[in-house]
Design a protein around this ligand. Structure first.
Ligand code: ZN
Length: 384
């Protein structure tokens, strides 16, 4: 979750990849938006005239995992080691189709306690029918092992929130180094990024999507993708280019359209898995990696602004609304009760009509100053 800290000029793509595999991307965006995704030098390196697309795909390597056409490969990307010498590794899947297409970076657990994304990526990658795949999917179920192993939002090694420190630095602390390694791989390999989040263990979020709006054409393309992941609500996060420190901002810095999918938390249910899979499949249909039409809605609710809501008193959090509700200003979001059952603080919605984008779990123990909810005002309602 964002809590607590957390298409495409078709002809240009066709030119680049020489494939008809993008036909499922909505035609209304074709011929309007120039693709500026890959500099000429990199394009020629990966899709150059002397290399066929086939050989280019064969060159995709992440850690000890190499793409092989028509195969699902798996292994690890080593990003450091613990004091006892045990390696710190990201699990890696690479699924490679026999047909040309873009390379999608699919990532979970950048916040380690948000394990629903990891579960969904594992399920998706292992059940993918490779005969239907165009291009390549690089699946990273756990992008942040040092926070995942301790079921924590932040790193157990340096206390950093990995999703606030991109682009990172190989001379920095562990999380800062990790951000740099992920950024390098994104720049080298990815044409698109889908980043999976949840409410973590102590909170819940509705099924919705976020895109970073840095004013670029790739931000517009990110929004187009956001409308094709099966959700009705889209959070537009305005940010200057490359700012914010998130992996999606880092992706945009490299001209890679990207979205963050939020879903569930507290526990992981079949419904959460189904929703994540709808979003992954829809995204990959929109990018042309999978056939079929991505799910679209008659209308979308765009939310923007707003923020975290911090309680001032500790206690057990009692929700007075549900995630995904749109509440008027002043309507009660929840309250804190002490251990005698007395209400010690009421939490009203401080904004005009706002979407409840996260909520502490029912009766979850909460300290003063923690984040008990997230309320984001409705900005607009619009069609496809
Ligand atoms: Zn998150």
């Amino acid at each position: 979750m964002v809590f607590a800290t957390c298409s495409i000029q078709q002809c240009a793509l066709l030119r680049r990849h020489g494939s008809a595999g993008y036909a499922s991307f909505p035609l209304e965006t074709a011929h309007r938006r120039p693709l500026i995704r890959i500099p000429r030098s990199r394009r020629s390196a990966r899709w150059g005239t002397n290399l066929t697309a086939w050989r280019s795909r064969m060159s995709i390597k992440v850690g000890n995992v190499e793409a092989k056409a028509g195969k699902l490969e798996r292994g690890e990307l080593r990003v450091g080691s613990m004091a006892d010498g045990s390696p710190i590794e990201l699990p890696v899947f690479i699924a490679c189709g026999r047909k040309d297409g873009p390379i999608v970076w699919l990532e979970g657990c950048i916040h380690g306690e948000e394990y629903g994304g990891a579960a969904s990526i594992i399920q998706f990658m292992r059940n993918l029918d490779l005969s239907t795949l165009s291009g390549t999917i690089i699946g990273i179920p756990v992008a942040n092992p040092a926070s995942f192993n301790f079921r924590s939002r932040v790193s157990s090694i340096d206390g950093q929130n990995l999703n606030r420190i991109f682009p990172g630095d190989l001379a920095g602390s562990h999380s800062v180094q990790l951000a740099a390694v992920i950024g390098e791989h994104l720049e080298k390999h990815a044409d698109f990024l889908i980043d999976l989040h949840s409410g973590g263990i102590g909170a819940e979020v509705p099924f919705y999507v976020i895109y970073k709006d840095d004013g670029t054409q790739n931000a517009t393309r990110s929004k187009d993708l956001a409308k094709r992941v099966g959700v009705e609500t889209i959070w537009r996060v305005p940010e200057a280019q490359g700012m914010g420190g998130t992996v999606t901002a880092e992706a945009l810095r490299h001209n890679i359209p990207s979205v963050t999918v939020e879903c569930g938390g507290g526990t992981f249910t079949q419904k959460h898995l189904d929703d994540y899979l709808v979003s992954i499949n829809g995204f990959l249909q929109a990018t042309g990696n999978l056939s079929g039409n991505a799910p679209v809605r008659d209308g979308y609710t765009i939310i923007s602004g707003g923020s975290f809501i911090h309680n001032r008193e500790g206690g057990l959090f009692v929700p007075e609304c549900k995630v995904g509700d749109i509440l008027p200003k002043g309507r009660m979001i929840g309250r804190l009760i002490n251990l005698h059952g007395e209400t010690v603080e009421e939490i009203p919605n401080p904004y005009e009509d706002s979407y409840i984008a996260a909520l502490r779990c029912n009766y979850f123990p909460t300290h003063a100053g923690e984040i008990c909810a997230e309320a984001i005002p409705v900005e607009a309602r619009e069609g496809l």
